[in-house]
Design a protein around this ligand. Sequence first.
Ligand code: AMP
Length: 415
Amino acid sequence: MTISNYNFAGKKAIVRVDFNVPLDENGHITDDTRIRGALPTLKHILAQGGALIIMSHMGKPKGKVNPKMSLSQIADAVAAALGAPVQFAPDCAKAQKQAAALKPGEVLLLENLRFYPEEEGKPVGIDKEDPAYDEAKKAMKASQKEFAKTLASYADCYVNDAFGTAHRKHASTAVIADYFDADNKMLGFLMEKEVEAVDNILSNIKHPFTAIMGGSKVSTKIGIIENLMDKVDNLILCGGMTYTFAKAQGGHIGNSICEDDKLELALDIIAQAKAKGVNLVLGTDCVAGDAFSNDAHQQVCPANNVPEGWEGMDAGPDSREAFAAAIRGAKTILWNGPAGVFEFDNFTAGSRAIAEAIAEATDNGAYSLIGGGDSVACINKFGLADRVSYISTGGGALLEAIEGKVLPGVAAIKG
Ligand code: AMP
């Protein structure tokens, strides 16, 4: 079923959202992006005359009640965003009566799902090495099903709009779907957009396809790099991983960040790109600093010849030009991870060059997807967010999807 085709009139919908919003020490929301992200789905259901049971996690309470992570703190903000009063269920597993009493147009927000260990389904208080662990895990999986069944009993249909947790097989993100037939479970609008975005860069690709992978380490990106190797025309590897590649090829990198146990891997990636005809673009020059600070002295040097006492902290001018050239002509673009220590204003040039080239290519008709916390922060910092095709809300979920892994939250609905 799809959310656009379903008739919510007179129905109770239990909707998994990601309301894991950051709070300050007084429990005030500091960034409400995630709440705004779920509004199209929530408002659509209310407008059709449905009743809403909203569920989410917040933080990592590890299966215990923790008032600092209570969703009661955000109930008023949710009500304001929806323009409708919000009732609160202080125990998400004992909300039968409140759910049963809901009338069309009414909203019930359940307490943090992760106050119950059943939500994540991991046994608590027992070590993985303990001989009794397997038994405990089995028992927990059984009670996770019961927990999911209880949540399902509140509603007529289930909507998953929490892309941020779609890579987790939790009670509310996946197990619950077993208790609804195919006609009564669906992805929310946000999830639909995220799934479509991933599809655009994994299957529905328009060539040339340029992927830009940056950030600090090659080790955390290797799954994606390998999955993309068969799909991309240009692969830009930038940021801190530049120096692992430079060292692997015999370069001198001074104090630059480097994963010494990934030198072989770097050579292997270079060989794979060559064998597959992928244009691998590595930084040739860099902006080095004499300290890891915004105020460090700077010099431009070859990425494979960084003087002792200096470290490569941003892409140099030649590299920036090479990156931009590989991006400008592209029809599909994926960007994950900055090209330098963009948090320091004096080391943003590489990331800015990438962001600007992506905006230009998008203006010329390319499809561009930006994902992963830091590249999203970059595009926002440079004020170019409205000149790219799509900015993903999912960190880990997006990365796993691009690695080619099936997301349990999506599979539970789409099969
Ligand atoms: P990741 O979480 O792996 O995507 O890495 C993001 C982080 O990589 C950001 O905080 C950047 O500051 C950092 N980064 C990018 N380039 C460099 C570099 N040349 N040296 C050190 N850190 C870097």
